[in-house]
Design a protein around this ligand. Sequence first.
Ligand code: P6P
Length: 314
Amino acid sequence: MHTPLGAQLRQQPATAPLAETLEAIAGAGLVLAEKLRRARLEDVIGEAGAVNVQGEAQQKLDVLADELLLEKLSRCSAVAAYASEEQARPRMLRADGRYCVLCDPLDGSSNIDVAVPVGTIFGVLPCGKGAAPESALLQPGRVLLCAGYLLYGSSTALVLASAAGVDLFVLDPGRGEFLLAQRGLRMPAERKIYSINEANINGFDGGLQRWLHFAHENGYGARYIGSMVADVHRTLLRGGVFLYPATAANPQGKLRLLYECNPMASVMERAGGAATDGAAAILDIAPEALHQRCPVILGSSAEVARVCAHLCAS
Ligand code: P6P
């Protein structure tokens, strides 16, 4: 018997307001999963005609996903603020809220037109009573109350990391709800799989180039989907290491700290893995700006350590 998400959330010490917030995110994911399946049929593929704060062309579904999450979270009594990749500034929802929610509403959306798996990444931060949500959003990822992602792939998965551990839920389309598929996920300590865009190799740090050579010489397999949620999900379940390091085009890395790297780092660490920017644990980085980027190396603890050993040796 697979426990429904709602029932599972109420078994954990998570308070009812936190359960309500997570169910709102799951509810948005439910709608989005169906929208993605029918995207080509309903002509919601393609660019929306605007660019986001990053200067990236917004896909129609980026805007739809963002609006959907904002609408669902606006109805949650505990959510003080919502910040996302698609919003230049945070949306303040209520002064007496307890949580700030950070989202990448639809990561990998440039892949939708070729039916590559995409995802929603989320993190829930505590927002002390009376605290200014703007400052509450710029907290290190270490204080995330929970974090995770939805993966819209061959099945629709929801991975939730909290103090209780990392749980995997899978959407039962017939019932229209997420059911618990695996509790307490633990990552393999090592696995010879690496996931990186090798087209950027000429811009990699010398130590990273030497680690890549080590991987080539020591029987590693390469897997790169180009959609962070899909690459991270495989890394979580099978082990290995995913990297988006500093490159010539992206000297600070491409992925954003607050709503991509921090939630994924929280999932990794709570499952026994590791996540670093090459110098420090991602979760200990003190954010300075909402949309700042950072290099990311995450996955099995021994594999992350091997990359860092080569970086330190350079
Ligand atoms: P590249 C998708 O566009 C994304 O934001 C992440 O999902 C993914 O990990 C990364 O960019 C891929 O970037 O430069 O390898 O195409």
